[in-house]
Ligand binder design. Structure first.
Ligand code: ASP
Length: 332
């Protein structure tokens, strides 16, 4: 018998039924540990979670997953619902422009095997999460920006479109009358969709897509397309996605932090809370901005936490798609 197996059996015998995760982690490789975690919990797959109350997007992903679609394609199909929804003014077509009237989109995807792709500051293409997957699959790079990303999109057969709708143009023209840059907490200016899916095989992948902060400076890029900030996952551990003030998420590499905290034994909930705690303890201005994280671990346990009341997330579990209010830090 291999020494590793022997130690495992000895440990189990020694502790009776009390199989602590510490014991498992001492003796198993990460993927074996996760198989054990999965068999010890009652969480069935598939599962999908996404930021905010994007009912249709999460249902689309959940439906695809339950038909056997793999995690990454389900996440891309899910977020595409919001990219194409012109009523959503913070993602894809209909997204609020920068101060000069340009709608520029950022997106990234991360696959089960750790591969990732991203596009930033892209104009004229709606389905930027799908484009990010193309960057991942069909280029030697992880991230393409601006014109290069747009030329690549055209070459890949993506359709060029006007993303500034009549409504978003009118709203921008109104804003220009009093051009103050002041993101409002939980108001339609930071509803990025970040989604994490676990497919029937228990594999995790995710996507994050946004038009960024409303009336941002031209060329501004937030956290959403930055792997580790807006999205991060490790298929042996779990994943996390972010929404809210991208500058603060970037400074703390929030999604990577959450996955690493889960790797070290924290639950998704505790890890999301710690990531928010790091921001609010270092930035006295936290009352002025919102940040929210959602996370899922390999066993399918879910966590969510944000700075201010009002953030909700979607959860597709056991075939049910639910909108869940998140706990929050600022209770005073
Ligand atoms: N995180 C996005 C950004 O900073 C916007 C948001 O989710 O509110 O671009």
């Amino acid at each position: 018998m291999k020494r590793r197996r022997f130690i495992k059996r000895a440990s189990l015998a020694g502790f009776g039924l009390a199989v602590s995760s510490t014991v498992v982690s001492c003796v198993d490789s990460p993927s074996e540990k996760n198989k054990n975690m999965m068999s010890m919990t009652k969480n069935p797959f598939p599962k999908a979670i996404c930021t905010w109350g994007f009912v249709n997007a999460n249902a689309k992903a959940g439906d695809a997953l339950s038909k056997g679609v793999k995690a990454l394609d389900a996440a891309i199909a899910g977020v595409a619902v919001e990219e194409e929804n012109i009523k959503n003014t913070t993602v894809g077509k209909g997204g609020t422009p920068d101060r000069e009237g340009n709608v520029t989109l950022d997106a990234c995807v991360m696959d089960t095997n750790g591969d990732c792709g991203a596009v930033v500051c892209v104009e004229g293409f709606t389905n930027v999460a799908a484009l990010a997957k193309k960057v991942m699959k069909d280029t030697p790079h992880v991230m393409l920006a601006g014109k290069g990303a747009e030329e690549f999109a055209l070459a890949q057969g993506f359709k060029k479109e006007e993303l500034l709708t009549e409504d978003s143009k009118k709203a921008w023209q109104e804003w220009l009358k009093f051009p103050e840059y002041k993101p409002l907490i939980n108001i339609e200016n930071h509803d990025t969709i970040g989604m994490l899916c676990i497919d029937n095989d228990g594999d995790i992948a995710g996507a994050c897509t946004t038009s960024g902060l409303s009336y941002k400076m031209k060329g501004r890029i937030g956290d959403s397309a930055v792997i580790g900030a807006g999205l991060f996952l490790d298929n042996d551990i779990g994943g996390a996605v972010a929404t809210g003030m991208g500058e603060e998420i970037l400074k703390t590499v929030g999604s990577f932090l959450i996955v690493e905290l889960m790797r070290n034994g924290m639950s998704p909930q505790a890890a999301c809370e710690e990531a928010i705690r790091r921001i609010v303890t270092k930035n006295k201005g936290y009352k002025e901005f919102q940040i929210a994280y959602i996370a899922i671990n390999k066993a399918g346990d879910i966590g969510a936490y944000c700075i201010h009341e009002g953030f909700t997330y979607m959860k597709y579990e056991d075939g049910k798609n639910e909108n869940v209010p998140s706990d929050y830090f600022n209770k005073v």
